[in-house]
Design a protein around this ligand. Structure first.
Ligand code: SF4
Length: 158
């Protein structure tokens, strides 16, 4: 919902804090997810993620979440799906050239990043969207990445 996602951006610092608490908690559950099987938990976790992030961010379930680098403004709400800043068509009032009733998601992203502790992450260049990952859980992907890094680090220590 547009009003909600704009409210979220205004409170991006709080949402950054919540995510920083949430991420290690779901990452700790890796043995549980593995025990059940990632393939089995994918569907229910995706459903929860879709409901929560859909309400808060108008998430489009791209499966490769960039919110922590985009001021909590989902870049997939850009009609051109731009992941690295605005196009040249932003209107003088900061609104989108395709959807004039909507504030440019990148103008929002910049504003949101200014409130965040780690807001400089907006300068990190995002990879192009991999549409094969659409409708999959970004949360579980992050958990698997963290687990893989942890295992690699443990392997190096041996
Ligand atoms: S970046 Fe992707 S996963 Fe994150 S809120 Fe936007 S569509 Fe959803």
């Amino acid at each position: 919902m547009y009003a909600v996602r704009r409210w979220v951006v205004r409170h991006s610092r709080g949402f950054e804090f919540i995510y920083n608490v949430f991420e290690p908690v779901i990452a700790c559950l890796d043995p549980v997810w593995r025990g059940i099987g990632y393939a089995r938990v994918e569907k229910p976790v995706t459903a929860v993620e879709r409901a929560v992030k859909g309400f808060l961010f108008d998430c489009k379930m791209c499966g490769q979440c960039a919110l922590s680098s985009t001021g909590m403004s989902c870049p997939m709400n850009c009609p051109k799906n731009l992941r690295n800043g605005p196009c040249g068509g932003v209107r003088a009032n900061g609104h989108c050239e395709v959807k004039p009733e909507m504030k440019c998601v990148w103008a929002e992203a910049w504003a949101g990043s200014q409130h965040m502790k780690n807001g400089r992450k907006i300068h990190v260049v995002q990879k192009p969207v991999d549409f094969r990952l659409r409708d999959t859980s970004s949360w579980l992907r992050v958990v698997r990445q963290i687990a893989a890094k942890r295992m690699a680090a443990q392997g190096e220590q041996k």
